[in-house]
Design a protein around this ligand. Structure first.
Ligand code: KG4
Ligand code: ZN
Length: 363
């Protein structure tokens, strides 16, 4: 463990948990404000598109091919030498284990070579802390984390301190968007495709709102997916207008459910915390790029006296700036890891959260 420090820090961040190979340099100043010095992303979308989803083995091999150049580019863009960094951070989980091992091993090697500390970053914590980088947001806050692999509502009390209020019993929200897109013959990743097509449609197809009104702010998206499949069958062959209407109806159902579940979480947050506690709702993860969802959250946040903090879309989807920033936040608190720290396919933010009834393997 390193010592706590108030000194300015520059951290290299590496992200390889899924299908983006990314490297970034971030500076954290003495007052705790962050600045992105460079932010390189090499997407592997083309390699996986033909399969309609990420193929883990292809992803791991592509990370090996792409990562060194991405790191060199990050230093070149920031106009810095390797020895300018105070620490090296990598997403160590959760995610696809092959890719994680590539990123973690690379980060450890650089840290060892430079004699600088290594930080094993939880990818979900990095999404969670992004609002500190983009908006200087302090703790605590309520977090809606919506990505391809995760759908959770959490109280974020501090770095490494989370209380999970809600999770998904089945599919993640981004996964639901991806599967909806596939059903409608649209490309991968599905979220942006559904959003684009929804702009030309009207939400006139009746779809269910699973879990709406339940006291625990959990989610379930499998039923919505099945209902969409039935609606597709009933309309086939689909015209362009049908596709647009189905996208709009699906997106509207999602916005409605997310608004309801988040409202419930805001109530719980307000009950649990001190009366004067900051009332901020942060939305993070790839699905947070969705403009319709942001508008719906803006509305319910306002109704409940919360401010909505949403990082810009390019910092909502996977990136290495958030890994570098989470690394800098940990490094500043003396939270570093030894070179034996493993890559972890599963790594829940709140390991003590009671399992949600019917929950699958996604923590
Ligand atoms: O956080 P992320 O980049 O990767 C994971 O850690 O999963 O999230 C990717 C997910 C994908 O499922 C993608 O379809 C979804 O985020 N996504 C969107 C939008 N942009 C990305 N979903 C809905 N609307 C969008 N505009
Ligand atoms: Zn992510």
């Amino acid at each position: 463990m390193a010592r706590e420090t108030n000194a300015p820090l520059i951290v290299l961040g590496i992200e390889t948990s899924c299908d983006e190979t990314a490297a970034a340099l971030v500076r954290r100043d003495a007052s705790g404000r962050g600045e992105i010095l460079s932010n390189v992303i090499r997407t592997q979308l083309d390699l996986h598109a033909a399969y309609g989803g990420v193929v883990p083995e292809i992803a791991a091999r592509a990370h090996i091919d792409l990562l060194d150049a991405a790191i060199r580019q990050a230093f070149a863009d920031a106009n810095l030498d390797f020895d300018a960094v105070d620490g090296v951070a990598a997403a160590a989980g959760p995610g696809l284990i092959g890719g994680l091992i590539v990123g973690v091993t690379t980060a450890k090697s650089i840290a060892l070579g430079l004699g600088k500390p290594f930080v094993a970053v939880n990818h979900l914590e990095a999404h969670a802390l992004s609002a500190g980088l983009t908006d200087g947001l302090g703790f605590p806050f309520l977090l809606l984390l919506v990505s391809g692999g995760h759908t959770q509502l959490l109280i974020v009390k501090g770095v490494g301190s989370f209380e999970r209020l809600g999770t998904t019993l089945d599919d993640a929200l981004g996964e639901a968007f991806d599967k909806a897109a596939k059903m409608l013959g649209l490309g991968y990743p599905g979220g942006p495709e559904v959003e684009t097509h929804a702009k030309h449609g009207s939400a006139n197809i009746k779809l269910p709102r699973p879990m709406k009104g339940r006291p625990e702010p959990h989610f379930s998206l499998a039923g919505l997916k099945t209902a969409l499949r039935h609606a597709v069958k009933a309309l086939e062959p689909l015209s362009d207008q049908d596709v647009a209407d189905l996208c709009a109806s699906f997106q509207e159902a999602v916005a409605d459910v997310v608004s309801d579940r988040t409202t419930r979480a805001m109530e719980i947050y307000t009950e649990r915390l001190e009366p004067g506690a900051q009332r901020a709702l942060v939305v993070a993860g790839g699905v947070a790029a969705n403009q319709r969802l942001r508008a719906a959250l803006e509305q319910v946040a306002g109704e409940n006296g919360f401010s909505l903090v949403a990082p810009p879309p390019e910092l909502c989807t996977d990136n290495a700036a958030m890994i570098a920033w989470a690394g800098a936040e940990r490094l500043a608190r003396g939270l570093t890891d030894d070179l034996g720290a493993p890559a972890r396919a599963r790594w829940p933010l709140d390991p003590d959260a009671p399992p949600a009834l019917g929950a699958g393997v996604k923590a």
